[in-house]
Design a protein around this ligand. Structure first.
Ligand code: ZN
Length: 169
């Protein structure tokens, strides 16, 4: 990846990078506890074996039947998925995980908004809105055009900043 890569996925570990254990995939019939033995590796290569009992609870479904949930071994919260990290299988909160989408950089978010705006205006990502789409109110069109103009300004500013950084290095 180049310097111009704005993603900052390394800020926090993302849910998508962890081994997960979905209680629904285990297709349990009835049980209230699962005994698990597994090993985890630390960054330094150290191996640790963990043995623990993880509780399963059941709740009735709307259409009859019941569904299972884990109780997080750390906080006791009812969750469908546990994620594996150094301290073992824990819920997303206890293992301090985030979804990738929430880690988008401000620029990523901005770009996504801009593309959505272009979609609404029926133009390509680098085009300028010239004509109002047929069924759009003039007022809406004016507002979108203004937002688009502003969005373009921010994009240009950001690109210039990146360009300056590249020049300096
Ligand atoms: Zn927890």
């Amino acid at each position: 990846m180049s310097r111009g890569d704005w993603h900052r996925y390394d800020a926090k570990t993302a849910v998508e990078q962890c081994q997960r254990l979905d209680v629904r995939e285990l297709r349990l019939n009835s049980c209230d506890c699962i005994n698990m033995t597994y090993s985890v590796h630390s960054r330094s290569g150290e191996r640790r074996t963990i043995e623990e009992n993880i509780s399963v609870v059941w709740t009735p479904c709307h259409l009859g039947g019941k569904r299972s949930w884990w109780l997080c071994p750390n906080c006791g919260k009812r969750v469908a998925i546990l994620y594996l990290r150094m301290n073992g299988y824990r819920c997303r909160t206890c293992n301090d995980l985030v979804y990738k989408s929430s880690q988008e950089s401000r620029f990523d978010r901005h770009l996504r908004k801009k593309f959505k705006l272009c979609d609404k205006l029926g133009i390509g990502p680098v085009e300028t809105p010239l004509f109002k789409p047929k069924h759009m109110h003039q007022k809406t069109f004016d507002r979108l055009c203004w937002q688009h103009q502003r969005a373009m300004g921010i994009t240009v500013q950001h690109s210039l900043k990146v360009f300056e950084l590249l020049k300096r290095s």
